[in-house]
Design a protein around this ligand. Structure first.
Ligand SMILES: [Mg+2]
Length: 150
């Protein structure tokens, strides 16, 4: 059993019509707030990696979501609607302004120790260069740009 960690925006979900991300892949919280209505969220499109996510979940691997979004009910509903199931999720809290890479690193580190997860057996997909660099360097997680999966 392996653990797969998926970012959402620009990794599994194409939310580009909502202009949430900066060119480096980090999330722009101001645009996020304005554009996170249910109607707009449900116009997001799935990317090819969504199929891989469903396959690994069905094969009983552990799936963790690591997103810089402040998850709303609509975001959770969207994942559910598209059959994107997960075992755990780390996300930004309201008012939290930690940079994406530090936020994800710290919350994943906590989850790994709480859940007895071996970081060296985790595979992560994230379009954000600094997230990949930080979790690889500090946690030993194998982190890839989603493009490696085609
Ligand atoms: Mg992203």
């Amino acid at each position: 059993m392996k653990t797969f960690i998926f970012d959402l925006d620009h990794t599994v979900i194409d939310s580009s019509h909502r202009q949430l991300t900066r060119p480096d892949g980090s999330l722009c919280i101001a645009s996020w707030r304005e554009n996170s209505t249910r109607e707009k969220i449900f116009r997001d499109r799935l990317m090819p990696l969504a199929n891989f996510w469903r396959r690994v979940y069905d094969a009983q691997h552990v799936v963790i979501v690591a997103t810089a979004r402040q998850m709303s009910r609509h975001d959770f509903d969207y994942l559910y609607k598209h059959n994107l199931r997960f075992d755990s999720i780390v996300h930004r809290q309201i008012g939290e302004d930690t940079p994406d890479d530090i936020m994800k690193r710290d919350k994943l580190a906590h989850l790994f120790s709480a859940g007895n997860i071996d970081a060296s057996r985790c595979v992560m997909f994230d379009d954000n260069t600094s997230v990949r660099r930080t979790v690889r360097r500090d946690l030993g997680v194998k982190a890839y740009h989603p493009k490696v999966m085609g």
